[in-house]
Design a binder for this molecule. Structure first.
Ligand SMILES: *Cc1c(COP(=O)(O)O)cnc(C)c1O
Length: 442
């Protein structure tokens, strides 16, 4: 049975409907190993599509600048409570429209314009908002960056040396392309020694943290941020969490939690997105269920199996393996760029994105590495045996691609079709959760 909205969409806008149906088919038929991808639960999507879409209400629960926010106040208060419970936080702000918006709000709260920001370099796995030159955070602030050692691991001695030399106001721990745990306690020691705030960005591993399978930085950091659509199975959006320092005075003398809230609204955003906050509330309830924990466990087991199987086939992995959902392949000895690998895999129905690796001399648009992640396969119910199968398929694609005509970079159609059919057989056996039957479509 179609809802009224869905029926009218199909009826009145076939052009858009066809594109949306195409996306449902694409997500089901392709094998997504995109490390930043998640799968929003159907109940999350339903909460986010509800009546709250029409509420416009600047401010916070009980202190709005518009009338009529009663039910929304309840929803936002519930989302905050659930965020605190999910992460053991003392304070949560659920309004950021994205992880980037959360980071921007926190940085503007803690750092003056021109203040020194110490974060992980982009090619070593850092995020744009950690002070990359292409980001506003690299222009408003004075970015200094740390890298990784020859072993691929974050080098704490280097961070301490840079911190003593540059006296940052904020140090950021956390990454978009780093397959290992951060030592939050060590970071906090360094931050305390130089009088910096510690921001830990757990966008990629928030689900593992919530499941208790990855160190929880919330009480160690001054502020923790995350996006909600990666491992939390939530809507597009961000979260800011504060732990034991939440009521300590911030840079302006007010409690840190108030300074952060004001940096979100009115500092960097206007009205919140009430529907997205309802969806966050739903997602944050799900992360405490046993099913979510089981999936998080599978994410880790899958990543370990994928890493082991790729290593066995001779692929070079950054840091030699993983202790998260992420596996980073260094392609520099294969003759393939990240872009070539990404394209060849996509031709066969396998999705994984190109990514820079430490010391990369190519541009980020080409890149010398490939980033893989197991969030989506685990949510389809794929386990370690299927990950060994994925590694075999990836290995075959990369070998064919390395031998492919170097001017066309296209796979031999026979090989391509053969692998594509095997990928399709695998995805058919493990359909996306809640995939509506798309019979009759097309
Ligand atoms: C994805 C990511 C973000 C940004 O999140 P968006 O919601 O895409 O803006 C921030 N930090 C890290 C480490 C990320 O991986």
């Amino acid at each position: 049975m179609l809802s009224t909205g869905e029926a009218r969409l199909r009826d009145e806008d076939p052009e858009l409907t066809e594109l949306l149906d195409g996306e449902m088919i694409r997500r089901d038929e392709t094998l997504s190993l995109v490390a930043s991808a998640g799968v929003a639960d159907a109940s999350v999507l339903a909460a986010g599509a509800a009546a709250l879409s029409d509420v416009t209400a600047e401010g916070y629960p009980g202190a709005r600048f518009h009338p009529g926010a009663g039910p929304f106040d309840g929803v936002e208060a519930l989302a905050r409570t659930r965020a605190r419970e999910a992460f053991g936080a003392g304070h949560a702000n659920v309004q950021p429209h994205s992880g980037s918006a959360a980071n921007l709000a926190v940085l503007t709260a803690l750092l003056p314009v021109g203040g020194v920001l110490l974060g992980l370099r982009l090619d070593a796995g850092g995020h744009l908002t950690h002070g990359a030159p292409a980001s506003v955070t690299g222009r408003w602030f004075e970015p200094v960056s740390y890298g990784v050692g020859d072993d691929g691991l974050v080098d704490h001695d280097q961070i301490l040396r840079l911190a003593r030399e540059h006296r940052p106001g904020v140090i950021v721990a956390g990454a978009s392309a780093y397959p290992r745990q951060f030592d939050h306690v060590r970071f906090r020691e360094i931050a305390d020694e130089v009088g910096a705030y510690l921001l830990v960005d757990i966008s990629h591993v928030a689900g593992l943290v919530a499941a208790g399978l990855h160190p929880n930085p919330v009480d160690v950091a001054h502020v923790t941020t995350t996006s909600t659509y990666k491992q939390l199975d939530g809507p597009r959006g961000g979260l800011i969490l504060l732990g034991r320092d939440h009521d300590r005075p911030g840079p302006d003398g007010a409690p840190l939690s108030r300074t952060i809230d004001r940096a979100v609204f009115p500092g960097s955003q206007g009205t919140p997105s009430p529907a997205a906050i309802a969806a966050k509330a739903r997602a944050l309830a799900r992360v405490r269920e046993p099913g979510f924990r089981r999936t998080a466990r599978l994410v880790l087991d899958d990543a370990a199996a994928l890493a082991a199987a790729l290593s066995e086939r001779g692929h070079r992995l950054l840091t030699g393996g993983t202790d998260t959902h992420m596996v980073m392949v260094d392609l520099r000895s294969t003759g393939l760029s990240g872009l070539m690998a990404e394209r060849a895999l996509e031709e066969c129905g396998i999705l994984a994105n190109r990514n820079s690796v430490p010391g990369d001399t190519t541009s980020p648009a080409v890149a010398a590495g490939l980033r893989l992640g197991t969030n989506v396969p685990a949510r389809r119910g794929m386990g370690p045996p299927e990950m060994a199968r994925c590694a075999e398929l990836i290995d075959r694609v990369l070998r064919h691609a390395a031998r492919a005509d170097s001017t066309r970079h296209r796979l031999d159609p026979v090989h391509r079709d053969e692998i594509r059919a095997e990928v399709r057989a695998l995805t058919r056996s493990f359909p996306m959760p809640d995939q509506p039957v798309h019979e009759g479509v097309r």
